[in-house]
Design a protein around this ligand. Structure first.
Ligand code: HEM
Ligand code: HEM
Ligand SMILES: [Fe+2]
Length: 466
């Protein structure tokens, strides 16, 4: 860590991990409710558990992205952050607003919450991931403006590297793409379009650029490869993301009343979307092979190499399985979608967040890398979480196959609830894998509480000498 003000990233990272734990607890509860429909009812109905699970996911990822921005932008710009104090105030505003929102979900019936927070005046509530009441949404905009002001001012006064331009540019994109959240048409088709532009504009467009910038930063730092090489790769990845992702969102327009040419446009362009994820893998491993130093933080390198592979599997492969129009025709809204959603969100955005946390947290705590024992725990956490998430994905894929065969195809399709009954085994496997995932998360968190300085002094000296 080169600049004092980078320290403001630490509370963001710690809060992100705490909220991550909350997300998984609600996931486990929702998973149990699949097996026992009255579990915790009426105290905590399924819709509330589900909403808390997905909203906590988005909030912790945003926390991690913001922490990453406050860590990376000053270092890349070679200057202190414009206002560390503003970044800290913003942190507390975001954390308190996020916590109050989850508490409101848990303790206030959703309709009452809507009535109490002005949803009748400016309707925004109810769509997946965007369930937040109006004051929270306004809070999100203010937090985003504060972040953008801070990092943009830092960028203006400092060095303008490609990584910084891509990172700050995509943070602007993230905030602008959130604005359709304030437009909720009475017409459900129009409302759906607004929703896709936000959520899918994020995950299949803008956030991919953040992913690229974060990975690029970590890989430059860890491998010592020339910046020019990294930048070339990043520009190709950014271009491919935008070429495929923007029109690729058309994979949601099939059979919605949009013109029929979207069947072709959506299918063809979204079928190209795996390419940038594939390029990220090639990029990461090329950097590894061309490395000019052995960085002592092995755990961070593991995250940085694991991220593009898992992102490719979740977004690229599982996305591709469901993306062509004939596939969507029978798979839309089945557990195939949930399988893809889990592996893609985890593989791309959860893992890149854990990668930057893994690289930055030791530095923020005053050391190049954690002790060997601590890294062993962290890497064990990595493997347990990765394999558990693959387990969740395969279980949900199994449930998806059951639905497609029994309910979506054939001459005598079964009813929805009967099909749910036939899928029980897969829901048990999902829950079992979920418990393992939680165990992996605890193992991972344990690594933060291990005392002991870095053990290989020689190796560290060599690493720093390059
Ligand atoms: C980092 C890890 C995880 C991520 C990124 C994640 C992400 C998501 C996402 C994006 C959804 C919405 C899916 C959709 O609407 O299609 C979801 C729903 C859900 N998740 Fe997770 N999740 C994670 C871990 C877990 C775990 C460990 C469990 C527990 C077994 C779990 C159980 C559930 C359940 C039951 C739902 C509701 C599915 C439905 O509506 O049918 N998740 N999760
Ligand atoms: C990291 C990037 C990605 C993430 C995090 C992600 C996440 C998700 C999530 C959570 C959903 C469910 C939304 C809902 O609640 O209805 C979804 C739907 C979908 N995704 Fe992705 N996705 C990513 C990339 C991709 C890619 C690259 C493709 C195509 C190759 C793709 C194809 C689809 C399709 C076709 C649906 C609609 C499924 C349906 O409506 O049943 N996704 N995605
Ligand atoms: Fe999409």
């Amino acid at each position: 860590m080169k600049y004092q003000s980078q320290k403001v990233a630490a509370p963001y990272f710690v809060a992100a991990l705490a909220l991550f734990v909350g997300q998984i607890v609600f996931g486990l509860i929702a998973g149990l409710q699949y097996l026992n429909g009255t579990f915790l009812f009426p105290m905590l109905p399924f819709d509330v558990a589900h909403m808390s699970h997905t909203n906590l996911l988005i909030v912790w990822l945003l926390m991690a992205f913001m922490g990453a921005a406050y860590f990376i932008v000053p270092e890349e710009a070679q200057t202190e952050l414009y206002s560390p104090r503003l970044a800290l105030i913003t942190f507390w505003v975001f954390l308190v607003a996020g916590a109050l929102t989850i508490a409101a979900y848990l303790f206030v019936p959703y309709a009452d919450l809507a009535a109490a927070t002005g949803n009748a005046v400016v309707p925004t509530m109810g769509r997946g991931y965007l369930e937040q009441p109006l004051p929270t949404k306004i809070g999100i905009v203010l937090v985003a403006l504060s972040l953008l002001f801070n990092v943009t001012m830092t960028l203006i006064k400092g060095r303008k590297t490609s990584i910084n331009l891509i990172l700050v540019g995509s943070l602007w994109g993230l905030a602008l793409l959130f604005l359709p959240a304030f437009y909720f048409s009475q017409d459900t088709v129009k409302a759906s379009f607004g929703w896709w532009w936000i959520v899918h504009g994020w995950v299949e467009g803008d956030w991919e650029l953040i992913l690229g910038a974060l990975l690029g930063f970590i890989l430059i730092k860890m491998t010592g490869v020339d910046r020019e090489i990294v930048e070339k790769w990043l520009y190709i990845i950014v271009a491919m993301t935008l070429v495929s992702g923007i029109i690729g969102i058309g994979h949601h327009y099939y059979y919605t009343g949009a013109p029929a040419y979207w069947i072709w446009l959506g299918s063809i362009f979204s079928a190209l979307e795996p390419i940038p994820f594939m390029l990220l893998i090639v990029f990461a491993f090329k950097m590894l092979l061309q490395r000019r130093r052995e960085h002592p933080n092995k755990a961070a390198m593991l995250w940085a190499l694991g991220t593009p592979i898992m992102a490719f599997l979740g977004a690229g492969l599982w996305g591709f399985i469901i993306t062509l129009a004939p596939a969507q025709y029978v798979m839309h809204g089945t557990n195939f979608t949930a399988a893809h959603g889990h592996l893609a969100f985890f593989g791309a955005y959860a893992m890149v967040s854990l990668a930057i946390i893994s690289y930055a947290m030791p530095l923020l705590r005053g050391r190049t890398a954690n002790s060997a024992a601590s890294q062993r725990w962290e890497m064990a956490g990595f493997w347990i979480m990765v394999f558990s998430m693959i387990g969740i994905t395969l279980a949900l894929t199994g449930a998806g196959i059951v639905t497609v065969i029994l309910q979506r195809t054939g001459d005598d399709p079964m009813g929805f609830m009967q099909v749910q009954d036939r899928s029980r085994m897969f829901f048990w496997i999902r829950e079992f894998a979920g418990v393992c995932f939680f165990g992996g998360l605890l193992v991972y968190l344990r690594s933060f509480f291990m005392v002991g300085e870095y053990e290989y002094a020689d190796e560290m000296k060599r690493a720093l000498a390059v």
